[in-house]
Design a protein around this ligand. Structure first.
Ligand SMILES: [Zn+2]
Length: 419
């Protein structure tokens, strides 16, 4: 029995290695797949035959080769790639008054997407999940994809999500706390579902785009309607036991500071989120309550323009944001020593206004030796990052929990089998 269990484990690990290499570098010829995974030619032959028989991987002709050498005789070079029809995944992004749903194939290509206006702030915890499930049902019907062909739903939410309980613990998008999501979607649609914080999903997306660059230890800071962090430890997004790890935005910057949307005072977010910067610019940061509605982008752009024109209240607000971020990052560096900090999100549009005070705070907050090998980068702003990352995260779970074992027919596994 023991030997059988060991060989099953090796088989699953090898299947995951092959799938991982194809996701990162595919399509690949078998010989190249061997180089990427370190597996022997015999193992590659056997694992790829299993994956093809399960419908997860398919053989494709090397298009490039065909074009370059159209007169070449003999067999065209075959490559292996993930079969896009082997399964589907759904990404759901929940933010203030909007639920975005994207359907993707198992190679991660988006099939369709929609944005529904669902009033979140006054939503009833008992009915919210059902409303989202109904929207997903509509989208599947439009794409003519039956629910049984969908292997996973990944949900990204602004705020704190409990991945174990499958709930939104707290989010600025909702008045109520502990809103059930995963279990409702699973019961309504029959599709396994997981929920996570949206900044963690940006981190998943970055790992997917460049494993070499983001595969070590890195912190991804989201700046915009809130301040969030996705923490990558040894190549994996660290969620903590309940999914609430790395709540950088709600780390305290100054005790007794301005009120944050979480209900506490002086969080990093109360200085560096868009609503906070706007509030500081108004000059009443200590008395005004935080805003619970989305700030229109043109309003923030007008504030950036005022700051660039030297308007002191506006430029001062961005300096405060940079200072809170810089001291917060210095504390995080002292704890975890990441080699890379990635700043992302619409808030990075004002990087020129934030950067000087951020760097001053970082230099003041931690000794030079502890930030010597640190690289700070700003990734280009695109709003798709959360949806794309959620798809990437769902595909990684699909590989680990389903494709490592077999095709989609085997997806109803017990928790013991998955572990
Ligand atoms: Zn807070």
């Amino acid at each position: 029995m023991r030997e059988k269990a060991d060989s099953d484990l090796v088989r699953r690990q090898n299947r995951r290695l092959v799938l991982d290499a194809l996701r990162q570098h595919g399509p690949l010829a078998r010989i190249e797949l061997g180089r990427q995974t370190g597996l022997s030619p015999a193992s590659i032959t056997s694992i790829s035959a299993q994956l093809i028989a399960d419908g997860i991987v398919q053989e494709v002709e090397d298009q490039h080769h065909q074009q370059v050498l159209p007169m070449r005789r003999g067999r065209p070079l075959t490559q292996l790639d993930i079969n896009p029809k082997s399964a589907h995944v759904i990404a759901v992004k929940i933010s203030i008054d909007g639920v975005e749903i994207a359907l993707a194939d198992s190679r991660g290509s988006m099939i369709n997407r929609s944005v529904s206006r669902i009033a979140t702030y006054d939503a009833e915890p008992a009915t919210f999940g059902k409303a989202v499930a109904a929207e997903i049902g509509k989208q599947l019907a439009k794409a003519r994809v039956p629910a049984r062909k969908v292997a996973r739903i990944g949900v990204a939410v602004q705020g704190v999500a409990d991945s174990q309980a499958g709930t939104i613990v707290w989010s600025p998008a909702f008045r109520e706390r502990n809103i059930p999501v995963s279990a409702v979607l699973q019961a309504e649609l029959g599709i396994p579902c997981s929920i996570a914080n949206d900044a963690n999903m940006i981190a998943e997306g970055l790992i997917g785009t460049d494993r070499e660059r983001y595969g070590g230890t890195a912190a991804v800071v989201f700046m915009g309607y809130g301040v969030g962090m996705g923490l990558i430890l040894n190549g994996q997004v660290y969620h903590g036991p309940t999914g609430a790890a790395a709540e950088f935005g709600h780390m305290n910057h100054l005790p007794g500071g301005p009120l944050c949307r979480c209900g506490r005072r002086g969080c990093v977010e109360a200085y560096a989120a868009d609503y906070s910067i706007l509030r500081w610019a108004s000059g009443n940061a200590d008395t005004l309550p935080p805003s619970f509605t989305a700030i229109p982008e043109d309003q923030m752009q007008a504030l950036e323009a005022a700051a660039r024109n030297g308007e002191p209240q506006a430029s001062g607000a961005y300096a405060k944001a940079g200072e809170a971020l810089g001291y917060g990052l210095a504390r995080m560096l002292a704890l975890l020593s990441p080699s890379r900090i990635v700043l992302a999100g619409p808030g990075t549009r004002a990087m020129d206004l934030i950067e000087p005070s951020l760097h001053r705070a970082l230099e003041d907050g931690i000794v030079d030796e502890l930030r010597r090998n640190l690289e700070i980068e700003v990734v280009p702003i695109h709003t798709d990052m959360i949806i794309k990352g959620t798809i990437e995260g769902a595909l990684r779970l699909l590989d680990r929990e389903v494709f490592a074992y077999g095709g989609l027919g085997k997806r109803h596994l017990t928790l013991e089998e998955i572990a």
